[in-house]
Design a protein around this ligand. Structure first.
Ligand SMILES: [Zn+2]
Length: 225
């Protein structure tokens, strides 16, 4: 089973531009370690962003390079022939992802290094706070047993979820290891652990909304509108 849920283009652009707060950047860096498709997109975005920052005039940028990047952002993400259908469980172990370096650096080790806190029976978490000038953003690790509904929570802004182990159903989506759920609206949701394995995931949360118009700004700069 391959990764089939990816961050929004706007989130990848914000990451490439260095404007994501630390918890979000850590989750995206972790996804990039697990996802070749987004790694490739990120490389293209970083090159384009560098050219814009260096003040290259639009005609100095290869028109072909810009066109191919924009086409890439619009194309459907390949899922290597696999589609998650209702009732079909991702096989986490078969994906064979190593625990991301970005999280290992933060935790000082892998999943074993997490000091879990009891939340409710069958659910444990570990909260890491990142105070910054926009408030306190957080990274929350959650571990829950099969069938468990994670405590319902509302969020006032963006939330980025990365599944590290097991499977999670969030709304109509079934997420396996490496999959990302990228929510930028205010809302309430209560994901459920699916399958026979304990699910471990990490949520980045921030109150303020991220800047979603970077694609437009880049285009504006390039074509002078
Ligand atoms: Zn991806």
């Amino acid at each position: 089973m391959s990764i089939s849920h990816h961050p929004d283009d706007a989130t990848l652009m914000s990451f490439a531009a260095g404007t994501l707060s630390e918890p979000f950047a850590i989750v995206i860096a972790s996804h990039l370690e697990m996802c070749g498709h987004c790694r490739e997109t990120n490389r293209s975005l970083a090159m384009l962003g560098g050219a814009v920052l260096e003040g290259a005039a639009p005609e100095e940028l290869s028109a072909g390079a810009v066109a191919s990047l924009l086409a890439r952002l619009d194309e459907p993400v390949p899922v290597n022939g696999h589609r998650i259908v209702k009732g079909q469980l991702p096989d986490g172990s078969a994906r064979g992802h190593a625990f991301p370096e970005a999280l290992t650096r933060l935790l000082g080790g892998g999943l074993d290094a997490i000091k879990w806190r009891h939340v409710v029976p069958g659910v444990e978490d570990r909260l890491i706070k990142f105070p910054n000038r926009r408030g306190v953003h957080t990274l929350r690790f959650l571990r829950a047993i099969p069938g468990k509904e994670l405590p319902e929570h509302a969020h006032s802004g963006s939330e980025l979820t990365l599944v590290l182990h097991g499977a999670l159903r969030d709304g109509g989506h079934l997420l396996g290891p490496g999959d990302v759920s990228d929510m930028d609206d205010e809302g309430t949701h209560s994901p459920v652990v699916e399958g026979a394995e304990t699910c471990v995931c990490v949520f980045a949360n921030e109150g303020a909304s991220r800047f979603k118009q970077l694609k437009f700004r880049v285009l504006q700069k390039l074509i002078g509108i």
